[in-house]
Design a protein around this ligand. Structure first.
Ligand SMILES: [Ca+2]
Ligand SMILES: [Ca+2]
Ligand SMILES: [Ca+2]
Ligand SMILES: [Ca+2]
Length: 392
């Protein structure tokens, strides 16, 4: 990890509560499924595609529900799968959904769709007042208090001035029957070389992942600054979960522009590909010919490794950075997360590929897990995340 050279540390690092909480089992031990939200003219369909190679239903989409009444809109909602518990009283442990839905006044409603026979959305948080803005926020799903139930984290843009734009990080804890009133866990200011702070979302990306393996998700931010003379094209900060906040951190892992790293030409996901209980940072890196390199910075307990490991070279074989997206799922149940790619196909629809992580820190040759060509599937009118089947 690197210390930020030449910059004054703006905030003291909050006391880390590492070790204060016993390690808890990861909430995502169950069989993974890809949750796909697909555009409809009058709403959206929610689909579930089993990803476990031992599941007889592997790769076969199952319709969870059609959200065609109640004003649900694909364009004005964000969807994530997760485990929110026994949402309906008849939950069968299959993955649940969060639907973050923009309201006419610009605010947000957080709806949860439970697993099992009752797929009627439940309203778990009403954020139509209090200054909440759907456009100015993003919702992340993860377990931040280690109780095994997923919570929601909202990152909300907070402009103090034209040059100083903070990101307020709010936690909506899962009470089992709803989301508790949001609690402010951090106010982040991502220092830029050319202005006071970088712009959330367009210049800073946010992810949840348990980097230190204590069972509570930490917040990982990625940014890219482009000032003349500033060498780092990509920086990753880990903000440790203290139990009541995400600690400010002045150390980062990063990539140099002269080594080809680029904020705009890469995306990240958190996955424990090494299987040690600490989530690693996977970078999907666009290459000149349109293909992809997959890099991994292993989680090290307190941070992610400064030097990435090249785990897959997908510069040939028809791989396209622009026409694919990647998620993490342990498809073979060996305790190491694998990467799953959804890839647009020329005739319409998409293929689902698994990049299985090997103990030697390489991804094996990709294999097809699911064929979603035909049947009205459209890569560009859908989005996906991974949920897990859990015991109820
Ligand atoms: Ca929780
Ligand atoms: Ca943690
Ligand atoms: Ca790991
Ligand atoms: Ca695996």
């Amino acid at each position: 990890m690197r210390r930020r050279p030449g910059l004054v540390l703006l905030a003291a690092i909050a006391a880390l509560a590492l070790g204060a909480s016993p390690a808890t089992a990861a909430a995502d031990d169950g069989e993974p499924a890809l949750g796909i939200a697909h555009l409809l003219p009058n709403g959206m369909n929610l689909w579930e595609v089993p990803l476990a190679v031992e599941d007889p239903g592997l790769g076969t989409p199952q319709l969870v529900t059609s959200l065609t009444t109640g004003g649900f809109s694909y364009a004005y909602s964000r969807t994530e799968t997760g485990d929110f518990g026994d949402v309906t009283g008849t939950d069968d442990g299959s993955p649940d959904w969060l639907v973050s839905h923009r309201q006419p006044n610009g605010g947000v409603l957080l709806w949860v769709v439970g697993g099992g026979p009752d797929t009627t959305p439940r309203l778990w948080a009403d954020l139509r007042g209090g200054g909440w803005s759907w456009d100015a926020s993003r919702q992340l799903v993860g377990d931040v208090n280690g109780d095994g139930l997923d919570d929601v984290v909202s990152v909300h843009r907070n402009p103090l001035s034209a040059r100083d734009v903070r990101a307020n990080v709010w936690v909506h804890l899962n009470t089992g029957t709803g989301f508790a009133a949001p609690a402010l866990w951090a106010q982040l200011s991502t220092v830029s070389m050319v202005r006071l702070s970088l712009e959330p979302f367009s210049q800073v990306r946010y992810m949840l992942g348990d980097v230190d393996g204590d069972g509570r998700d930490d917040l990982v931010t990625t940014d890219g600054d482009t000032a003349v003379g500033w060498p780092f094209a990509l920086r990753h900060f880990v903000h440790h979960n203290t139990g009541a906040g995400f600690a400010v951190n002045d150390s980062f892992a990063g990539g140099l522009a002269r080594e080809g790293w680029s904020f705009a030409a890469s995306r990240e996901l958190m996955a424990d590909v090494t299987g040690d209980g600490m989530e690693d940072l996977v970078t999907v890196h666009a290459q000149g010919g349109g293909g992809i390199l997959l890099w991994v910075r292993p989680g090290s307990g307190s941070f992610v490794a400064d030097t990435p490991v090249l785990m897959a070279d997908l510069r040939t074989g028809g791989w396209s950075y622009a026409s694919s997206r990647q998620v993490a799922a342990d498809v073979d149940g060996d305790g190491r997360d694998d990467v799953v790619s959804a890839h647009d196909q020329p005739g319409g629809g998409m293929l689902l590929w698994a990049h299985r992580s090997h103990e030697n820190r390489v991804f094996e040759e990709p294999v097809v897990l699911g064929d979603l060509r035909g049947g009205g599937w459209d890569y560009w009118s859908s989005r996906a995340s991974v949920g897990h089947r859990t015991a109820v």
